[in-house]
Ligand binder design. Structure first.
Ligand code: EPZ
Length: 422
């Protein structure tokens, strides 16, 4: 088992290159199924989740070549099965994108039910509703999502989403790109990765407009071409390093980012006492010399404050002067890290799984902790970096699902963090 061994107390300083966005790369990898021609994808983060997606593409019959760690050449024309069989696929949530992509291209799919972080009830009803509206039949069995669009011709339609879902919005786009007629998704998610998937598909001949607004229009085309596409930078990786500057009273510049994607995070960091500077493709965060200030946070769909940054900002507020509240409005089980954080002396209580009350302390004390999920694990690492004394964190395979070279990047900023096998 691997752990991170961390000795806290260093102010993290310097520049860090942000990798490609995991949550954009995952659906774009699945979207390569929509064309017979060769796709070259650049800026794909080499993290466990993308590696599992690649493995699965190969098991379906695709050829995938890593030109370097972050560049892949993919050709899916030899796919000859529509049933996803990869024991590892259950580890990730994004497996559901194979349902949309295979349905779109081959009109049928059998995909194991998604796994991924246990951060609350994560339904599939919006995915189901979208596929059915296009004319497919959907069965959710004890183990699989079974989607069949071979009985009748799929056709474009207007779909009203009952909740804002990133995954369902993208999945319906994947299923609709090659479906005749016009599909309109009302109440679509507006996250940057939704826009990135649309840009990728349009770049190879798709016809999607309105991505980034709550109404997306997809006009079906007969086929897509090949091409080269670079995935956008990871909003949440960037936000995590920005929060590291605040928590350790450091000075970090995140490079190769899109600052507009980071606005809700920058704005909270200003509220809690950080200075922010930014240019076209970088943001610099200078943590205050004294204590952070208290604030209130509510997670919301984009452009609101991201749920994927909730644990990290809670760790920062645990060190702020005064009482802060953090409301989680997207997932119902995203405070799993709270008991771990309490071991460090954090004064945090959670009410009905939705609201954390945090009475800031002056410092955290090192502790041995277990990472409960991806973002919570990253947040515990930040807490340990700011703590007095040493911490061991296990469960780091969760963290490595989404952060490329996390320990290495932190060391470059001056952190005392080692990955060790125990
Ligand atoms: C994506 O999950 C991300 N995962 C998550 O990132 C992220 O937290 C989330 O979007 C919100 O931004 C991937 O992109 C692989 P949703 P997703 O569908 O698509 C409910 C990370 O740390 N819902 O937008 O699964 C759902 O239960 C991960 O990188 C339904 O009820 O999230 C949740 O409460 C964790 N029925 C809310 O909607 C549905 O059919 C939002 O979920 C779909 C969703």
């Amino acid at each position: 088992m691997n752990i991170y061994r961390i000795r806290g107390g260093e102010a993290l300083k310097g520049e860090v290159d942000i990798s490609g966005a995991k949550n954009a790369a995952l659906p774009i990898l699945a979207a390569t199924i929509l064309t017979d021609e060769t796709i070259t994808l650049e800026n794909v983060p080499k993290v466990n989740d993308t590696v599992i997606m690649v493995e699965t593409l190969e098991k379906l019959g695709s050829s995938v070549e890593y030109l370097d760690d972050n560049t892949l050449r993919i050709n899916t024309s030899a796919i000859d099965k529509y049933e996803v069989k990869n024991p590892n696929i259950k580890k990730i949530r994004a497996s559901y994108y194979f349902a949309g992509a295979l349905l779109g291209r081959y009109r049928q799919a059998v995909v194991p039910l998604p796994g991924g972080c246990n951060i609350g009830g994560r339904g599939l009803d919006m995915h189901e509703k979208g596929f059915e509206a296009l004319g497919a039949s959907v069965k959710i069995t004890a183990s699989d999502i079974v989607v069949d669009g071979t009985e009748a011709e799929l056709s474009g339609t207007r779909i009203y989403m009952d909740k804002v879902s990133v995954g369902a919005t993208i999945n319906i786009m994947l299923a609709a790109v090659l479906t005749p007629g016009k599909t309109i998704i009302e109440g679509a998610a507006k996250e940057p990765h939704v826009v990135d998937v649309a840009n990728f598909i349009n770049g190879i001949g798709g016809h999607i407009s309105g991505a980034g607004t709550d109404r997306i229009r997809i006009t079906g085309v007969q086929s897509l071409r090949g091409g080269t596409y670079a995935v956008i930078p990871d909003q949440i990786e960037a936000g995590t390093f920005m929060m590291a500057a605040a928590i350790t009273h450091g000075d970090i510049t995140v490079k190769n980012v899109i600052p507009t994607h980071l606005e809700s995070i920058s704005s909270k960091l200003k509220e809690i006492g950080c200075k922010i500077q930014e240019s076209d493709d970088w943001v610099r965060v200078i943590g205050p010399a004294g204590r952070l200030k208290r604030t209130q946070v509510k997670t919301l769909p984009y452009p609101g404050f991201p749920t994927d940054m909730q644990p990290q900002i809670s760790v920062a507020l645990g060190l702020a002067d005064g009482i802060s509240t953090v409301v989680e409005s997207i997932f119902d089980n995203r405070f799993m890290y709270v008991n771990e954080l309490k071991k460090m002396g954090c004064n945090i209580t959670v009410d009905e799984s939705t609201t954390a009350y945090i009475d800031g302390v002056e410092y955290y004390q090192g502790a041995n902790m277990t990472s409960p999920d991806l973002r919570a694990g990253a947040a515990l690492v930040l807490a340990a970096l700011a703590a007095k004394g040493g911490s061991d964190i296990d469960g780091i395979e969760y963290i490595e699902r989404g952060y490329e070279n996390f320990d290495k990047k932190l060391r470059q900023l001056g952190a005392d963090i080692q990955k060790m096998e125990v």
